[in-house]
Design a protein around this ligand. Structure first.
Ligand SMILES: *Cc1c(COP(=O)(O)O)cnc(C)c1O
Length: 357
């Protein structure tokens, strides 16, 4: 077909499986196992749906102001979007237009190369070192921009602020994006570096630590100049991206800092306990500061474990990709969910040792 010659062809990002059935242990997409803040649920029940006939506030001003207050920045430094995926896609479109390759780690969030391909942005990956760490010196080569998550995914490793700052300091001619999707689980945010660098964009999300993946809320914080450019592109693309319920309930979630600290604290505690248990069962993993553990077993291949777990209705994430095809990314669920995972693994490993598989 002639028209097909002019189609923008892309290989889409593959998201983790969303099994349609109840009763599975879902540890494959880093969602929060706890509900959103109680006020969010209360407000959702009382929401005046009559207002849905109107367009939402195109600037999402209330949410922008709530976030600006929480993070001690000006509202002009905050941009919100439909999940951080939307924020990141907008940022790629806005900032990575030099024609030089952008840089990101070889093992990282697998959406970055998809957006680069979508927008025809050339890119180059920088291999993590043998302990899965980012090497700041790799980012001291000519480039059209830099992006990396901190903590990184799917390794869960947190880079020091020295490493993060070195990458920003040596790349002041381009925009550097730090994707902090997992920073609330014991990481250190690059936000204080905004005082020094106007080319830094820090991206965060409500999907993991605020238990609101279903509402789709993401945001980024940067210099007024950077955010201004992002808004110009957004308002040239779609004025009304964030729906009204997301704006209203997002504000409510930001207000409840106590609950936020409580659930992230619980997940951190469970994570540290599960690390010990997994070690005992013969797994090794980078020392995660996120809400997941990237684990490799000493004898059983990851793919085999992935399939066995799936057959038992325990969903974890597995990629058949270079460097990571012998690891499973296991989201931290509730203590009870993790116990069921551990009991299954213990039994499976015992049977496989006795040659009963
Ligand atoms: C989950 C995730 C995102 C996107 O999350 P949203 O639900 O779109 O906010 C972005 N970056 C990383 C590294 C993630 O793991």
């Amino acid at each position: 077909m002639k028209w097909e010659e002019n189609v923008r062809k892309v290989v889409p990002y593959v998201a983790g499986e969303q099994p349609g059935k109840a009763d599975v242990i879902k540890l494959n997409t880093n969602e929060c196992p706890y509900p959103p803040a109680p006020g969010v649920e209360r407000l959702a029940a009382r929401m005046a749906y009559g207002n849905l006939r109107l367009y939402p506030n195109s600037q999402a001003s209330m949410l922008v102001e709530a976030l600006a207050g929480y993070y001690h920045v000006k509202p002009e430094q905050v941009f919100v979007g439909v999940g951080s995926d939307d924020v990141l896609a907008m940022a790629f479109m806005t900032f990575f237009n030099s024609g030089n390759p952008i840089l990101f780690p070889d093992v990282t969030y697998s959406f970055y190369d998809v957006w680069a391909d979508l927008y025809r942005i050339p890119y180059k990956t920088c291999p993590l070192d043998e302990k899965w760490h980012i090497r700041a010196e790799d980012y001291q080569q000519p480039n059209g921009g830099v992006i990396f998550p901190n903590p990184n995914a799917p390794t869960g490793l947190l880079e020091s602020m020295e490493t993060v700052e070195e990458i920003i300091r040596t790349n002041q001619d381009v925009v550097v994006i730090v994707d902090e999707a997992y920073v609330d689980f014991g990481g250190t945010s690059a936000l204080p570096l905004l005082e020094k660098y106007d080319n830094l964009l820090v991206v965060q999300t409500f999907s993991k630590s605020r238990a609101m993946a279903g509402l789709r809320i993401g945001f980024c914080i940067g210099s007024e100049k950077l955010i201004g450019y992002l808004n110009d592109v957004k308002f040239s693309f779609n004025s009304y991206t964030m729906n009204l319920p997301a704006q209203v309930l997002g504000v409510e979630a930001v207000r409840d800092e106590v609950y936020f600290k409580e659930i992230t604290g619980k997940i951190i505690k469970t994570r540290e306990r599960v690390k010990k248990e997994l070690k005992r069962l013969g797994f090794s993993f980078p020392d995660s500061r996120a809400n997941f553990i990237f684990a490799t077993h000493e004898t059983i291949p990851a793919k085999e474990l992935f399939q066995a777990l799936r057959a038992a209705d325990i969903y974890v994430r597995y990629w058949e990709k270079p460097r990571i095809s012998n690891s499973l990314r296991i989201t931290i669920g509730t203590d009870e969910q993790m116990d069921r995972l551990l009991v299954f693994l213990e039994k499976y490993l015992k049977m496989s040792k006795n040659g009963e598989m």
